[in-house]
Design a protein around this ligand. Structure first.
Ligand code: F6P
Length: 530
């Protein structure tokens, strides 16, 4: 493949940006000259609408970006992914989170085997367990129904289920679901003081079942249960979701309480598998199914809509336009105007930055351009009273993505109107600014891009649409940049070094790295057995 930056489409985009600059085309000018721009720049699917009118993008921009995506083979790679080919090239694995939400009668092959029977059988088992717990038929060691569920996991084994459970809290009808991720014992131990061991169920989610933080917390939970209910309580009061069945058994989870994960689903793409058990316990299987159905509808749109009207492609291409051509800061603000979506920025940090935080191409060459920007954010209106000042008048232009909920479902119309009017006000202030303030201090430059996503309402189906939209956006960007979005070797080094210090046997035998030994001694991180 020709180099990305030498490609005809890339070069055409450079010239296109120069001509927009030369003609001083601004967002205000675009809106002024295209009366139907708001409608023209909207793409909707089943109650989720993407509006990119407040981006410096003309019809020609979209045409050129589409050509870039085509030249980079987005359509071919998309088919490879859906067909179960090993698009995770460094690990030689298929990438099939889309199969987890595919229709029951689908047949999807990976490594020469149809993955659907396993998916359906696991979902069936999960459903029986979930409904059994919710109905109070599956009980604790002392015969009590479960009132509190504690999901222990980190990264992809935490962020997606945590976000979805919180986002859909208004539809919750089951036991209360809590999430614990950090190695800092404060998180779990302070939660445990509020729980009754006789009605607490632990869901230990770890694809590898070797993750330090998760195992530490799982041990703590096991000890806590054992203290009041005896050693065997763990068998009845914990389930595991893992692809490492042996380790889960060794830990003490009953064999009938282990839900499998497969190597073709990455942690950050896994909430659609039994990793989502916490979501299902909170909502019930019917609503959980709607979450999957929303994601499946986005899969279908992504697979079939032409690139210039394809929501994930548009978002991916506009991000590339801003960061690689328009010279915006290598950062992106995610601003959900909904308290229930407050974890969206954290979830997207992992999804985008762990996936596309790469500087080596699939061909093992250094990348030629900036890849993923820094993702950060906060829910509106809270962020307005924190970092928005820099978004409006800072020296760097940071593209913004807003997520709003159109219809109030909480019965507080005034609050809801306030949220939405603030969202609109911020978008207008960013895009159009205000030139002639009385002093230089109240001059607002404007011309700062803002993409708006709206959900008709915050329900499982629309949340499924939204999360799958971002998954595919990340995929398209990875393809255009020429990187593998499905591994995370950078994370592994830190894990290995931390493990080296945590295991006394290794520490005793001395580490091969003097830098590690030096810093470790400074912070007394070697274990007490030393
Ligand atoms: O944070 C790095 C990571 O490897 C993520 O990719 C993954 O989601 C997380 O650790 C947890 O891994 P596991 O599910 O194996 O415990």
């Amino acid at each position: 493949m020709t180099s990305l930056t030498d490609s005809a489409a890339w070069q055409a985009l450079i010239r296109h940006y120069e001509s927009l600059q030369a003609s001083k085309t601004s967002l205000a000018a675009l809106i002024e000259s295209q009366k139907d721009r708001l409608a023209r720049c909207a793409v909707a699917l089943d109650g989720l609408t993407l509006n990119y009118a407040l981006n410096l993008a003309t019809g020609e921009t979209i045409d050129l970006l589409t050509q870039l995506a085509q030249q980079r083979g987005v359509e071919e790679w998309r088919e490879r992914m859906f067909a179960g080919q090993p698009v995770n090239s460094t690990e030689n694995r298929a990438v099939l989170h889309t199969a987890l939400r595919a229709k029951d009668d689908a047949s999807i092959m990976a490594n020469g085997r149809d993955v659907m029977p396993d998916i359906l059988a696991t979902r069936h088992r999960m459903g029986k367990f979930v409904e059994g717990v919710r109905a109070g038929n599956i009980k604790s060691a002392t015969g009590r129904p479960f009132r509190n569920i504690v999901n222990i996991g980190i990264g992809g084994s935490d962020l997606g289920p945590r976000l979805a459970t919180q986002a859909l809290a208004a539809s919750a009808s089951g036991p209360q679901v809590h999430f614990v991720a950090n190695a800092d014992a404060w998180e779990l131990s302070s939660l445990l003081t509020k729980l009754d061991p006789e009605s607490a169920l632990f869901v230990i989610v770890s694809k590898t079942f070797t993750t330090q933080e998760t195992l530490l917390n799982a041990n703590l939970a096991r000890d806590w249960l054992a203290e009041s209910l005896g050693e065997n309580a763990i068998q009845q009061q914990a389930v595991a979701v893992s692809s490492n069945v042996d380790k889960a058994l060794e830990f003490g989870i009953g064999p009938d309480k282990i839900f499998p994960m497969w190597d073709w689903v990455g942690g950050r793409y896994s909430l659609w598998s039994s990793v989502g058990i916490g979501i299902a316990l909170s909502l019930g299987m019917e609503l959980y199914g709607k979450l999957l159905a929303g994601a499946a509808a986005m899969d279908e749109h992504f697979r079939t809509a032409e690139l210039s009207r394809n929501m994930p492609c548009l978002m991916a291409m506009l991000g590339i336009w801003q960061h690689n051509f328009c010279g915006t800061a290598p950062a992106r603000a995610i601003l959900p105007y909904s308290e229930r979506l407050r974890d969206l920025p954290r979830y997207l940090q992992q999804l985008e930055m762990e996936s596309n935080g790469k500087s080596i191409t699939r061909e093992a060459m250094p990348v030629e351009t900036l890849t993923v920007p820094v993702i950060f954010g906060e829910c509106g209106t809270v962020g307005q009273h924190s970092f928005h000042q820099a978004l409006h008048q800072g020296t760097q232009v940071v593209p913004v993505e807003m997520v709003g909920i159109v219809n109030d479902d909480l019965g507080h119309p005034e609050n809801h109107r306030t949220l939405l009017s603030n969202m609109v006000a911020q978008a207008v202030a960013l895009a159009f600014g205000q030139e002639c303030g009385a002093t230089p201090f109240d001059t607002y430059p404007g011309n700062r891009p803002c993409t708006i996503l709206t959900l008709d309402r915050l329900d499982p189906y629309r949340l499924g649409l939204l999360l799958a939209l971002y998954e595919h956006k990340v995929f398209v960007q990875g393809i255009i940049w020429g990187i593998n979005s499905f591994d995370q070797p950078g994370v592994e080094l830190g894990k290995r070094l931390a493990r080296e210090l945590a295991e006394p046997s290794k520490a005793n035998s001395g580490t091969s790295r003097p830098d590690l030994a030096f810093l470790a001694s400074l912070y007394k991180t070697v274990s007490p057995e030393e």
